[in-house]
Ligand binder design. Structure first.
Ligand SMILES: NC(=O)c1ccc[n+]([C@@H]2O[C@H](COP(=O)([O-])OP(=O)(O)OC[C@H]3O[C@@H](n4cnc5c(N)ncnc54)[C@H](OP(=O)(O)O)[C@@H]3O)[C@@H](O)[C@H]2O)c1
Length: 329
């Protein structure tokens, strides 16, 4: 290998890489890719010039990898291989969250996330989940499957207060999408700044919110953030929307609140994930579940691939990389 050896986990993530001067690309799938459904053949399309490898074996070139893009879904093989990458300089994730990778990062290796690539998909999921839950779509869908016409008035989004906890890249994208829905948006981030409250303000803001959207990264500070106290402060009948990470919520406390009929929830992520058969969240009325699909769309793949290309190019030119994780997340 003469150029910067770059491993990507799927052909779509290699889009445009093989044409870059001084870059050698290998497609090495060591974990599960983003879902195939919803993508057309063209959108998942192969990358000319990239070479592929089976997931079952680690290619002999592992010691030459300088730039590594792990698979979208965490895998043991995908993180264990880091120890064999003796020339590794950069790990670029396809995900915005890096909680799953940080503990395995070798010292001195730069970690970059995919902040921004999943804003549109994830913000769309948040708005869809909010609207679907408030307009009773899960119940209507169940009635349809049973062949029943179940007339029932529903709630609505207009005139509601939406509290975005974790007002970052995706949080701001959610607010932009809510602009036409006649809602009041409140924002929370780590520290207060103009227009954005700090976490310390949560106790005062939670009782006022009809919808609470979780979009924080998973860190030691956010683990169990939505605990019994947090959920207990939420308004009767309020909706919790979690598109962050499952363990940001205390699942037992949420199950208790929903079982009492006090709160409802729309969850793309759960703790544990996946939920085991028979877990109460599967069947509790008032819970709407999707299997961590908020970012699993063609537009996310395209934008993540574009980011990978930009980052590899910047690396080969000695230019600064974007989305470098140098703080706590
Ligand atoms: N479900 C999915 O498929 C999916 C898809 C994409 C992302 N995600 C999750 O969404 C998360 C957010 O992504 P993003 O790109 O929007 O990240 P981001 O731009 O880094 O924004 C994160 C926000 O969370 C805030 N925050 C951090 N720690 C906090 C704390 N302890 N208490 C309150 N707020 C805190 C940050 O505050 P400051 O602004 O003060 O730093 C920032 O506003 C990701 O980390 C990932 O876990 C899930």
């Amino acid at each position: 290998m003469e150029g910067v050896l770059t491993w990507v986990p799927a052909a779509w993530a290699a889009a445009g890489l093989a044409e870059l001067p001084g870059v050698d690309v290998q497609v090495v799938a060591l974990g599960r890719d983003m879902g195939e459904t919803g993508a057309t053949a063209g959108e998942t399309g192969a990358c000319a010039g990239a070479t592929g490898a089976a997931a079952s074996s680690t290619p002999a070139t592992v010691g030459d990898v300088e730039f590594y893009v792990p698979s979208f879904f965490p895998s043991l093989a995908g993180t264990a291989v880091l120890a064999q990458m003796k020339r590794l300089r950069v790990v670029q994730t396809l995900t915005a969250g890096v909680d799953w990778l940080r503990p395995h990062l070798p010292p001195g290796v730069t970690l970059c996330n995919a902040r921004g690539a999943h804003d549109a998909s994830t913000a769309e999921w948040v708005v869809a989940a909010m609207l679907g839950a408030l307009r009773g779509f899960p119940a209507f869908s169940a009635a349809q499957a049973a062949g029943e016409r179940a007339y029932q008035g529903t709630g609505q989004l207009a005139d509601k207060t939406v509290l975005i906890v974790g007002y970052g890249s995706i949080g701001a994208a959610v607010e932009r999408r809510l602009a036409g829905f006649e809602v009041t948006v409140r924002r929370v981030a780590r520290g207060a700044r103009p227009g954005v409250a700090g976490v310390a303000d949560l106790p005062a803001l939670l009782p006022e919110a009809d919808v609470v959207v979780l979009l924080v990264p998973y860190t030691p500070e956010t683990a169990g953030l939505a605990d019994a106290g947090f959920l207990g402060r939420m308004k009767d009948g309020a909706l919790l929307v979690n598109a962050a990470r499952g363990a940001v919520v205390d699942t037992a406390a949420l199950v208790a609140e929903v079982s009492r009929g006090r709160l409802r929830a729309a969850l793309d992520v759960t703790d544990p994930e996946p939920l085991p058969p028979g877990h109460p969240l599967w069947s509790l009325p008032g819970v709407f579940l999707t299997p961590h699909v908020a970012a699993s769309t063609p537009v996310s793949r395209r934008r993540a691939a574009g980011l990978v290309r930009e980052q590899v190019l910047a690396y080969t030119r000695g230019e600064p990389l974007r989305n470098v994780i140098d703080g706590t997340y």
